[in-house]
Design a protein around this ligand. Structure first.
Ligand SMILES: C[S@@+](CC[C@H](N)C(=O)[O-])C[C@H]1O[C@@H](n2cnc3c(N)ncnc32)[C@H](O)[C@@H]1O
Length: 263
């Protein structure tokens, strides 16, 4: 209850004070392009419509999924039986942010993508749909959720590599296999320390063109504290807070700046 109230107040503050929805008064061409070509891109390609249709279908799914859930910041698995539609509604990306990730990938064209937190594969579907030629790995701790993600991936004819395992044990071995990651989407285990651990490990594989996206940066004080630390990391040049998500860019030629942009 208190956290709902806290979140709503945070949102009102963001809504009132966030700026630059149209990119006016932004001096950085890089950020201006991000706003006009990614955030405000309203085109809906056939590929995007395909994934939105699947998303809508799974939102309505009355199928029950029984699984052992992993709690934030723990190794403790709790048994649950939930309607698939409810899982999608509660813990998957919404369509607005799904389209944003799709547009972002189309625009920046990353070749190596990592997602930390698949759930049933809704955000994975948007990512893979935007980057059919890229290498894309998604990690999830609950096997039953990966099965659904694979089902969706198959329906869309995608080639995502899903990895089952606790991030704490699997992330480093996944990172070790790759020289670099161009895009990392952090969307699981929303505690401050875990988020910072995953960020610091992934940082080793970042480069000038990398983009990191963090979901739920205002979800809790823990996540807000993690976001505050992330955006002042010395490798980070530009951070963009769009309330639900925070994005960071590493381009050395950019001047250091923190933005809060209305989306
Ligand atoms: C918010 S959901 C991901 C949603 C997904 N990215 C989407 O938008 O469709 C977070 C997922 O992280 C998984 N998770 C949380 N902590 C984990 C951990 N320590 N290891 C592996 N998976 C974990 C949960 O099981 C959950 O499915």
């Amino acid at each position: 209850m208190i956290s709902h109230l806290r979140y709503s107040l945070k949102y009102i503050r963001y809504f009132l004070f966030a700026k630059h929805k149209k990119g006016h008064s932004i001096h950085s061409p890089f950020v201006y392009n991000f706003i006009t070509k990614v955030l405000n891109n309203k085109t809906e390609h056939k590929n995007l419509i395909e994934v939105i249709n699947i998303h809508n279908k799974y939102l309505k799914s009355k199928r029950y999924i029984e699984f052992k859930d992993i709690g934030a910041g723990t190794n403790y698995y709790k048994s649950k039986k939930l309607k698939l539609g409810k899982i999608v509604k509660r813990s998957s990306i919404d369509k607005k942010h799904g389209k944003l990730i799709y547009n972002l990938i189309k625009y920046y064209d990353p070749s190596n993508i990592l997602e930390i937190g698949t759930s049933v594969g809704i955000s994975s579907a948007y990512i893979a749909q935007a980057a059919p030629q890229s290498s894309f790995i998604s990690i999830e701790g609950v096997e039953e959720k990966i099965q659904i993600a694979k089902e969706i991936s198959l329906k869309l004819n995608q080639k995502t590599e899903f990895i089952h395992g606790n991030f704490d044990n699997t992330l480093n071995s996944v990172l070790e296999k790759y020289e670099k990651f161009d895009l990392v989407f952090f969307d699981g285990n929303h505690t401050k320390q875990s988020t910072l651990n995953y960020f610091n490990s992934s940082l080793e594989k970042s480069h000038n063109e990398s983009i990191f996206i963090f979901d739920d940066i205002h979800w809790s004080t823990d996540m807000e504290e993690a976001w505050e630390i992330i955006k002042i990391n010395k490798k980070v040049k530009v951070s963009i807070d769009i309330f639900r998500m925070g994005l960071i860019f590493f381009k050395k030629k950019l001047s250091y700046q923190q933005y809060v942009i209305k989306f």
